[in-house]
Ligand binder design. Structure first.
Ligand code: FAD
Length: 473
């Protein structure tokens, strides 16, 4: 059978289902092809389940710190099975929400594995999709426009392939039925540090190994240093500038051991389990790209600023095009693609204005360029920095570590980047993103009235600090 439609979306993750909804809103007939569950990585194996576990860990840790608030609690017990069940309930509720949105927007969902086909009897140009449905039947979707949103999967290190028992990717880690006594985390990027923060709050002994000279290699050095200091203070062993030697993992009586190289010397590390979190690889294999003129030589699908591939009627969005590989980047790219194909293009995409959030305790968030990047771009830099220790609400919250840093161009006064580490900064970064999007100056944001006492006061203060006019210090 064939189905003709205006827009087909291959992959129903955050990028794909949001693109589908926007296409339906613009009056298009839409088919989504999803081989697994609508919601993709973010909902089932990423953002939502990990944040649910992080929240449980945070509550557990805060209860342990409750005496500071004048509350004495005894007999606290961690029931990890219930922690996992809560996570699954949240995921299922949101999964139902996505299915409802598909029905509400009259989007046809085909459950099956799709493969792009070249020019054929169905269509003179490539971009039709052959779908192998769950029951083995074949269906061909013939769209005017195709959006590829097939996402990504955990990147493996040779010799450290996940076995589900001792060596885990984030996917297996999310499904753990019991907490291990200790965890060795290979990779100190976003996923690695979130797991380090969560597991240490749950009482697991954590060692994190990062090849670069700082955790969160993409982020500002000062922020990374502060995160490292705070993780160490909570008992995490952080090793930077350390590489794991390929093929050296051994299953032992206690769990797993590996050989690492630090300062030219080899040493052995062991733990009950090992988590590999060294980034994600785009899902571009076996989806029929070779039947098209789409370029994908670098392990990702190449697109232009409108998200169009080399075949202009075929778009690609989200993790499969590389870049930041974040859920909100994927959904924004999906909306950009649809608005473009519908002849209603949005403002040009500025990937550096995608907020980057890390849900450790305390959180890290940033938008725009770091101080070093701004210097590398040849700008004369002015910075403003303000500590959470001088913010009343942070003290009330019992969370006074961290700071907000603003990076501006000295000559023009433009805000070029904002970095934050501290309580709830993932909820504060939106103001900094808006300020940059609207080309506001630090002075304009600083003069904006921030309610007292709120954590948001720190954004205004850090902006005023660029001109040495912060009030609170
Ligand atoms: P996906 O969500 O991966 O969706 C792709 C979909 O395509 C999948 O459902 C897949 O089954 C389907 N598919 C693939 N091939 C085919 C095919 N041939 N036929 C049919 N269907 C196919 N991002 C954030 O912004 N915030 C976070 O806090 C965050 N936390 C994360 C935590 C973890 C542990 C992980 C792993 C990721 C996290 N991310 C986070 C990243 C985020 O999950 C991804 O950036 C986001 O899911 C990308 O969306 P996508 O639509 O591009 O791809």
């Amino acid at each position: 059978m064939t189905i003709s439609c205006d827009v087909a979306v291959l992959g129903g993750g955050t990028g794909g289902y949001v693109a589908a909804i926007r296409a339906a809103q613009l009056g298009k007939s839409v088919v989504v092809i999803e081989q697994d569950k609508l919601g993709g990585t973010c909902l089932h194996r990423g953002c939502i389940p990990s944040k649910s576990l992080l929240r449980s860990a945070e509550v557990y840790a805060e209860i342990a710190e409750s005496e500071e608030y004048g509350i004495e609690i005894s007999g606290v017990k961690l029931a990890f099975g219930k922690v996992q069940r809560r996570k699954e309930e949240i995921v299922e509720k949101l999964h139902q929400g996505v299915q409802y949105l598909m029905r509400k927007n009259k989007i046809q969902v085909l459950k099956g594995k799709g493969r792009v086909i070249g020019p054929s009897i169905f269509s003179p140009r490539s971009g039709a999709v052959a779908v192998e449905l769950e029951d083995g039947e074949m269906e061909t979707v013939v769209p005017a426009n195709l959006i590829i949103a097939t996402g990504s999967r955990p990147r493996a290190i040779p010799g450290f392939e996940p076995d589900g028992q001792f060596i885990l990717s984030s996917e297996e880690a999310l499904r753990m039925e019991e907490l291990p006594a200790s965890m060795l985390i290979v990779g100190g990027g976003v996923i690695g540090v979130e797991w380090a923060s969560m597991l240490t709050d749950f009482g697991v002994q954590v060692t994190i190994v990062e090849a670069s000279d700082q955790l969160l290699p993409r982020e500002d050095k000062e922020v990374a240093r502060e995160l490292q200091r705070l993780l160490k203070k909570r008992g995490v062993t952080v090793m930077t500038g350390v590489t794991v030697n390929a093929g050296t993992s051994r299953v032992t009586e206690e769990g797993v051991s590996v050989e690492v190289t630090r300062g030219g010397k080899a040493e052995t590390l062991s733990a009950s389990k090992l988590l590999v979190s060294v980034g994600r690889a785009a899902n571009i294999q076996n989806i029929g790209l070779e039947n098209t003129d789409i370029r994908f030589d670098n392990g990702i699908i190449e697109v232009n600023a409108n998200m169009q591939t080399n075949e202009p009627h075929i778009y690609a969005i989200g993790d499969c095009i590389g870049g930041l590989q974040l859920a909100h980047a994927a959904s924004h790219e999906g909306i950009m693609a649809v608005n473009h194909l519908a002849g209603e293009p949005l403002h040009p995409y500025q990937p550096h204005l995608v907020p980057r959030c890390v849900y450790t305790r305390p959180e890290v968030a940033s938008v725009g360029y770091t101080e070093q990047e701004v210097k590398d771009l040849g700008h004369d830099v002015a910075t403003g920095k303000f500590p959470f220790s001088a913010i009343g609400k942070a003290l009330v919250y019992g969370s006074k570590d961290g700071f907000v840093k603003v990076v501006a161009d000295k000559a023009s006064g433009d805000i070029l980047g904002v970095q934050m580490i501290g309580p709830h900064v993932t909820d504060l970064i939106g103001e900094a993103a808006l300020a940059q999007m609207l080309d506001a100056t630090p002075w304009e944001v600083g003069e904006t009235i921030h309610a007292h006492p709120t954590l948001s006061e720190i954004v205004g203060e850090a902006m005023l600090a660029v001109d040495g006019k912060a009030i609170g210090i």
